[in-house]
Design a protein around this ligand. Structure first.
Ligand code: APR
Ligand code: PHB
Length: 397
């Protein structure tokens, strides 16, 4: 088989890239290791920045999101038993949309298949070769047969544990990373959200987050030890800890309901530089990871492929490789600001096991400042709704 762009991975990055390329008349094939049912059911984060919402809408895949997504004009930051509202709409003129990542994935898969696009699900033994020269090749197995795709470019959209990043010679990449001494225990509960907006809560027992997926489903997270065994967290223990951490002086608390899903995710910050090697371009989690506190993961994936799609359009339609050559540079400038924001939100809201009394006082001052200064709140809001996606248009020609 032959195509113009071979895309590895059918997460938000790979699917959105295929969609954007299709709109520009560029051919692609997506190779995905998992089944369609698996990727459509995988519960992940769920906050879309304004720019992500706008891009989904502008490219014709935002219809269900606009109908079923929950528009959020503010968030709450809680500490010392009190919640404080950050009015993002008033501070920035923008908002975010709460809509599960797997719903975005479903919408993109449906659009892709409807347009006649090709997605190979359950591909085995995926490998990539030849991307340091002019003839990249993707090898995989399907239906017990070995297959090959010849292409001009490979987009590595296969997440943090994929094959693309490890296929680049190690000495060609610099990795910047930080592990955090905690993880998030996330649950989905059949309970009506007890209020309309998210609550990021700093508590002496650890961070807790109140979020939602629909008018009948609440999404909640608890800071926990990253090596914790989920089997040690009974539903009663989870609710006990959630109600304790969210306890507020005004009596607000989440509604309790049946827990339908629970899992523990470690937290890390991770950046690969550069995000390209020869004819391979890394995008999304394959190139960078943020701790989820800033709600940036999926949005960064979408921002990367927006740049990559434009660069490929410049090449195929405009005959220029300038933007492809600057792909890493364009993406990394924005990625590092999202890394900074995600690290800062994480540092401000979690309990660090090695924190001393000075660190704890300084953390409370950070929370007090951001919830009492309009200027500080505006900075938080600007980052939360998403920094501008558009890069200065200097890569043409
Ligand atoms: N071959 C083919 N596909 C693979 C391989 C492989 N060897 N390894 C992984 N994949 C697939 C995964 O099954 C997954 O469907 O690549 C896809 C990567 O998707 P995501 O992990 O969702 O990554 P991305 O599209 O970059 O989206 C980033 O996902 O983890 C969240 O917080 C993150 O919200 C962010 C988003
Ligand atoms: C979620 O709803 O899953 C969610 C919301 C906000 C975050 C992270 C996750 O910062």
């Amino acid at each position: 088989m032959k195509t113009q762009v071979a895309i590895i991975g059918a997460g938000p990055a790979g699917l959105m890239l295929a969609h954007l390329l299709h709109l520009a008349g560029i051919e692609s094939v997506i190779i995905e290791a998992r089944s369609r049912g698996y990727v459509e059911g995988r519960i992940r984060a769920g906050v879309l920045e304004q720019g992500t919402v706008d891009l989904l809408s502008a490219t014709g895949v935002g219809e269900r999101m606009r109908r079923e997504g929950l528009l959020h004009q503010g968030i709450e930051i809680g500490f010392a038993g009190k919640r404080h509202r950050i009015d993002m709409q008033q501070l920035t003129g923008q908002a975010v949309m709460v809509y599960g990542q797997h719903e975005v994935v479903k919408d993109l898969i449906e659009a892709r298949l409807h347009e006649g696009g090709e997605i190979v699900f359950e591909a085995g033994s995926v490998s990539i070769v030849g991307f340091d020269g002019a003839s990249p090749l993707v090898r995989y197995e399907a239906d017990g047969m070995k297959r090959e795709i010849h292409c001009d470019y490979i987009a590595g959209c296969d997440g943090f544990h994929g094959v693309c990043r490890p296929s680049v010679p190690a000495n060609a990449l610099t990795i910047y990373e930080r592990d955090y001494p905690f993880g998030w225990l996330g649950v989905l509960a059949d309970a009506a959200p007890s209020q309309d907006e998210l609550v990021y809560m700093n508590h002496t027992n650890g961070f807790a987050l109140f979020s939602m997926r629909s008018p009948t489903v609440t999404r909640l997270y608890l800071q926990c030890d990253p090596s914790e065994d989920i089997a040690h967290w009974s539903d009663d223990r989870i609710w006990g800890e959630l109600l304790c951490r969210f306890k507020c002086s005004d009596g607000w608390q989440p509604n309790v309901g049946r827990i339908t899903q629970k899992s523990i995710t470690p937290m890390r910050s991770f950046v690969t530089e550069p995000m390209q090697f020869g004819r391979l371009f890394l995008a999304g989690d394959a190139a960078h990871i943020v701790p989820p506190t800033g709600a940036k993961g999926m949005n960064l994936a979408i921002a990367d492929v927006r740049v990559l799609a434009r660069a490929l359009v410049d090449f195929y339609i405009g005959g220029s490789t300038a933007r492809l050559e600057h792909y890493s540079q364009i993406c990394l400038r924005r990625i590092w600001k999202a890394q900074r924001f995600s690290w800062w939100m994480t540092s401000m809201l979690h309990q660090f096991p090695d924190a001393n009394p000075f660190d704890r006082r300084r953390q409370i001052a950070d929370l007090d400042y951001v919830t009492s200064s309009l200027i500080a709140a505006r900075s938080l809001a600007e980052n939360y709704v998403g920094l501008p996606m558009d890069e200065p248009d200097q890569w043409n020609g």
